[in-house]
Design a protein around this ligand. Structure first.
Ligand code: SF4
Ligand code: SF4
Length: 351
């Protein structure tokens, strides 16, 4: 398993233009498979339009203590892009004034941003209904300075959403690195001990499953049942919901698909599983993604592909909800990942 990001390795695929070229050429250029644009045009859903903003997702930096095989952020300890306090202040202005009901902090490992705690404290004051932090769990056990994170989350009524690709050590460590499973279990037990994830508890703890290879996730509800049973029996761990997320063919997962000669088959399976009813609810229609340097994107995936919003407003400092609403969403073939089967978003299935 690689221990460096594609950027650090100076891989061809660290370049977003190269990724977009791959997604537009070959099987899509020669007409073997329809482009996403032509597919959604069949049901008159092109152009995809942004509706009212409900979820503001802020990426506070690409630095992470892990280097997971599938990471669409290409995150890792070697990534230095980190949101400054100045950009956080611009975000806070928007958080205080937006009608969005959900604030979603992500990374990398968001906790590694030196201003993370200050930002959470300030953002929590805005009283947004659902305040999510995407924590990779291992960060809680990575260093003494993070040991009190569960208490910190509890103090600010943060909703913790964490990746947990499997309930077994082997499958988890294969995707996320040696030792990740044991640390994740310990972190989950600590979260449970202070009330997170317990039945009836207002301290929300949800897990995210994504497949460990070139296949689509199974049924979310039955996987949730299996995860709950296994984690309870083996480790006495409880959690609220499981979100099943499809891996999008970008960044390190695209690199994996190409290296394992699965790229074309995977694109075929995404297109074959295309579900037109998922299109109306893809997350870009009610979400805005803010990058570590304050630029605006339709979603986290478009952020990584450096496809900015199609609007006069490009940066959080110029934020204007009216101007952003109704914008045309920027799409490419990676979008098939959001419309396969029951659909996929940062909150799990959409159809
Ligand atoms: S998937 Fe999450 S935990 Fe893994 S490297 Fe990427 S940001 Fe870090
Ligand atoms: S990848 Fe982004 S832009 Fe494309 S459908 Fe999914 S959420 Fe929308």
């Amino acid at each position: 398993m690689a221990t460096k990001s594609l950027h650090k390795r100076e891989s061809d695929l660290a370049n977003s233009n190269r990724q977009l070229e791959i997604l537009s050429n070959g099987i899509f250029q020669n007409g073997e498979l329809p482009t996403f644009k032509s597919k959604i045009s069949e049901t008159k859903q092109f152009p995809l339009k942004a509706k009212k903003l409900e979820i503001l997702q802020i990426n506070v930096g690409y630095m992470c203590n892990q280097v997971c095989e599938h990471c669409h952020v290409d995150a890792g300890p070697d990534r230095k892009e980190i949101m400054t306090r100045e950009t956080m202040l611009q975000c806070l202005d928007v958080i205080k004034n937006t009608g969005a009901h959900t604030l979603d902090l992500t990374g990398g490992a968001p906790e590694m941003n030196p201003d993370f705690r200050w930002f959470v404290e300030e953002a929590a004051k805005a009283g947004i209904k659902d305040f999510i932090v995407r924590s990779n769990l291992t960060i809680i056990r990575a260093n003494k300075k993070y040991y009190d994170l569960p208490e910190f989350f509890k103090k600010h009524n943060v909703h913790v959403v964490s990746s947990m690709p499997h309930w077994t050590r082997g499958k988890t460590d294969k995707q996320r690195g040696d030792g990740v499973f044991d640390k994740s279990i310990k972190a989950l037990q600590e979260l449970n001990a202070i009330g997170y994830g317990m039945p009836g508890s207002g301290l929300r703890l949800d897990l995210v499953y994504n497949p460990s290879g070139a296949f689509l996730p199974g049924d979310q509800a039955s996987m949730e049942k299996d995860f709950k049973k296994a984690l309870k029996e083996d480790f006495n761990i409880q959690f609220h919901n499981l979100f099943a997320i499809t891996n999008l063919p970008i960044s390190r997962f695209l690199d994996y698909l190409i290296a394992s000669e699965n790229y074309e088959d995977y694109m075929y399976s995404l297109v074959e599983a295309y579900n037109p009813t998922a299109v109306a609810n893809v997350m870009c229609t009610n979400t805005l993604s803010v990058s570590w340097d304050g630029y605006l994107f339709d979603c986290d995936f478009n952020q990584m592909l450096e496809l900015p919003v199609n609007s006069k407003v490009k940066h959080i400092s110029e934020y204007n909800e009216e101007l952003l609403e109704g914008r045309n969403i920027v799409i490419s073939q990676h979008c098939y990942g959001c419309t396969a089967g029951a659909g996929s978003s940062c909150q799990g299935v959409v159809a």
